[in-house]
Ligand binder design. Structure first.
Ligand code: 13P
Ligand code: ZN
Ligand code: NA
Length: 281
């Protein structure tokens, strides 16, 4: 079924697992993610960044996700990841996206609140849940260079959630987009502090490159949605490269597309098991 993220995240919060949120960049990745969800009987979120919807369009990804979701026996949602402006968030809402992130984390606190609240108010009549971010997740996400920003302050988080009315909050606790140079040190104590004062589902960005244990620990402390992007890009590309290595003269896109798709499916299955969302649909 094709659903919003509201019930998905609340169920995850209630039962102590996390829904995997996977960035998709073409049809094969959409198919791979939904096939993995079907196989594991897992609820799933697919998401697209601003550069991905520029590559194709919101309408293309909405249609792919809707087609996949309506044919699936498990709940499937399509989410705008790192929505970079009020206008893009509204375009996603009008297109039919079932979940929206507005990322005002690069603005100062009061501006982040104002922008986020505007999006929440606009999405409320259609009951589309809104995710927002407070503090800065490091690394390079999409076209934006996050740098190594400040971690989420628990008391600011409480005020932010109260003033904006968001459905879920992305926290900065030491993760970064992309792969990690060393082993990242997550501030799990801070996550626990945030959890104590914020009662909505929490979101972990930058999960590519995290150990299974790090993901599991953060879920124990209140993370209900875990974002994976870079690992899917690598899996897809590795599959395609492997295919061309075996058959350098291949010219049927279905052949190498299938190789990429299968690789992404296996990766997503592994990550879903770590999130504990298998069997939860
Ligand atoms: P990674 O690329 O590290 O998986 O981060 C994904 C993410 O946070 C998407 O919003
Ligand atoms: Zn992110
Ligand atoms: Na990462």
């Amino acid at each position: 079924s094709f659903v919003t993220t509201e019930r998905l995240l609340l169920d995850a919060q209630k039962r102590g697992y996390a829904v995997g949120a996977f960035n998709v960049e073409n049809m094969e990745m959409v198919q791979a993610v939904v096939a993995a969800a079907e196989e594991l009987k897992a609820p799933v979120i697919m998401q697209t960044t601003p550069s991905t919807v520029k590559y194709a369009s919101l309408a293309y990804f909405y249609s792919l996700a809707k087609a996949a979701g309506e044919a699936a026996s498990v709940p499937v949602a399509i989410h705008l990841d790192h929505g970079s402006s009020f206008e893009l968030a509204m375009q996603a809402l009008r297109t039919g996206y079932t979940s929206i992130m507005i990322d005002g984390s690069h603005s100062v606190f009061e501006e982040n609140i104002a922008l986020t609240k505007r999006v929440v108010d606009a999405c409320a009549p259609s009951k589309v849940p809104v995710e927002a971010e407070l503090g800065k997740v490091g690394g390079k996400e999409d076209d934006l260079d996050g740098g190594s920003g400040g971690f989420t302050d628990p008391s600011e988080a409480k005020e932010f959630v109260e003033k904006t009315g968001i459905s879920s909050l992305a926290v900065a606790i030491g993760t970064a987009h992309g792969l990690y140079a060393g082993v990242p040190k997550l501030d799990l104590e801070r996550l626990g502090e945030i959890r104590k004062v914020v009662d909505i589902p929490l979101v972990l960005h930058g999960a590519s490159g995290l150990s299974d244990d790090a993901v599991r620990e953060s879920i124990k402390l209140g993370i209900c949605k875990v974002n994976f992007a870079t690992e899917l890009r690598i899996a897809y590309s590795d599959g395609v490269k492997e295919c061309f290595k075996k058959a350098p003269d291949a010219f049927d896109p279905k052949k190498y597309g299938e190789a990429g798709r299968e690789n992404v499916k296996q990766l997503v299955i592994n990550r879903m098991k770590v999130c504990g969302c298998d069997g939860k649909a």
